[in-house]
Design a binder for this molecule. Structure first.
Ligand code: RFL
Ligand code: PHB
Length: 387
């Protein structure tokens, strides 16, 4: 049996950053992860880091490569009715976003933990939580075909939306709020320099499209699709045809084509569980909430959760003071619901819904027009986007 102070289930951004922040406070943790190191370091997901996320990674000493390789963006483009309109994030708010891939954040955090002698057990199986109502919770699992147990003071459930932590909480002790969207995102990675310096969020009657980036050489592109569709139905030529149709316009701007080297379909949902705590189990990140990616908030919420949780745990260990731990769920949920509102607003303003009427389409255009022409509306968007 292993003993530690905090057992962390899941080596995503939430679990790894929590382990790192606790280490800086002199608190021991063990992270267990069901996938291999190579796999978590190669999974393509988020790209947009809020200023607060960047500041926390920098302050805690894991921001060096992000500072060198990440791209700071001071604005985004809303494109509709065939024309582009810039939202000047930095001019409006004084803050910026940084585009730096989530799997690069993961690599930086794994390296920092292992360099500091931290314990991350990869490729664990059959994880089960026990004794969450007691002061000695346990995590049972298989590792290298042997039964293992970690005894800890606390368990952090950072195992994402499909993990085991949230379902371990008895049904009568949690409430779930959810909405599924009738569409998904088709995401591709493309080898070709982008034709835009800033992200483009495009509204079109054929559906939403997004131009993002990963590096000066690599573009990350998305377009709204049927969530039940199959990537096999989308040869490259069809993808480009669709992207040109949705992103083109009278101004002649065109997305740059290149070699497509990754394709995938992403489901879109909104989800929150309340509370984010059960006894000695604390949920953080996607294990507790999911937002549709239109607002680029998921990773940033995970970071905020573990910031709040690490401060609460640190206060507990310093003075046996449980006040912040008791406030954790309510504190984290405040920000979660704000991000839910923003993500849902961006999603409904930019996507095509099955039951859309021409009337609703015109309403979306009227709202977009208002956002780009009113400083107050633009500021509302910018403030929420930069976090
Ligand atoms: P993760 O990243 O899902 O990590 C959970 C980890 O737990 C492991 N696991 C287990 N380990 C042990 N035992 C078990 N029983 C386990 N079950 C699962 C998993 O293998 C995994 O390694 O959750 P975390 O840490 O909460 O991080 C959340 C973020 O990953 C997520 O919110 C973002 O990726 C969302 N998101 C975006 N967020 C942003 O802030 N900005 C963006 O630009 C952005 N773009 C996106 C996104 C998500 C996307 N997808 C694919 C859903 C774009 C996309 C396409
Ligand atoms: C991304 O680059 O993957 C990305 C950017 C903005 C979003 C979502 C995803 O809103």
């Amino acid at each position: 049996m292993r003993k530690t102070q905090v057992a962390i289930v899941g080596a995503g951004p939430a679990g790894l950053l929590l382990s790192h922040l606790l280490h800086l406070e002199g608190i021991a943790s063990v992270v267990i992860e069901s996938r291999s190191r190579a796999e978590i370091e190669a999974t393509i997901r988020a790209g947009v880091l809020e200023q607060g996320t960047v500041d926390l990674l920098t302050k805690s000493g894991v921001g060096g490569r992000m500072q060198r390789e990440g791209a700071v963006h001071e604005g985004i483009i809303l494109r509709f009715a065939g024309a582009s309109h810039r939202i000047a994030l930095t001019e409006l708010t004084g803050r910026a976003i940084t585009v730096y891939a989530q799997h690069e954040v993961i690599k930086d955090l794994v390296k920092a933990r292992l360099d500091a002698g931290g314990e991350i057990l990869f490729e664990v199986r059959d994880v089960a939580l026990e004794g969450l109502d007691s002061s000695f919770p346990k995590v049972n699992f298989l590792w290298k075909n042997e039964k293992q147990q970690i005894q800890a003071d606390f368990v952090a459930g950072c195992d994402g939306f499909h993990g085991i932590s949230r379902p371990t909480i008895p049904l009568h002790r949690r409430t779930e709020f959810k909405r599924n969207y009738p569409f998904g995102w088709f995401g591709i990675l493309v080898e070709a320099p982008s034709a835009t310096d800033e992200l483009i969020y495009a509204h079109h009657e054929r559906g939403f499209a997004l131009v993002s980036t990963r590096s000066p050489q690599i573009q990350r592109l998305y377009f709204q699709c049927d969530p039940a569709d199959d990537v096999k139905n989308w040869p490259d030529a069809r993808i480009w045809e669709e992207l040109h149709a949705r992103l083109g316009g009278a101004d002649g701007w065109k997305v740059t084509e290149g070699r497509v080297f990754q394709k995938g379909i992403i489901a879109m949902r909104s989800f929150v569980v309340e509370p984010m705590r059960h006894g000695r189990l604390f949920l953080a990140g996607d294990a507790a909430h999911i937002v549709p990616p239109t607002g680029a908030k998921g990773l940033n919420l995970a970071v905020n959760d573990v910031k709040v949780l690490s401060e609460a745990l640190s206060s507990f260990y310093r003075g046996k003071n449980e006040e912040l731990l008791n406030a954790y769920s309510a504190t984290a949920l405040k920000r979660v619901w704000r991000a839910q509102h923003f993500s849902s607003w961006m999603t409904s303003m930019l996507h095509r819904f099955h039951d859309d009427t021409p009337f609703q389409h015109r309403l979306q255009l009227a709202e977009l027009d208002y956002v780009v022409n009113s400083r107050a509306k633009a500021l509302t968007l910018a403030e929420s986007y930069v976090g």
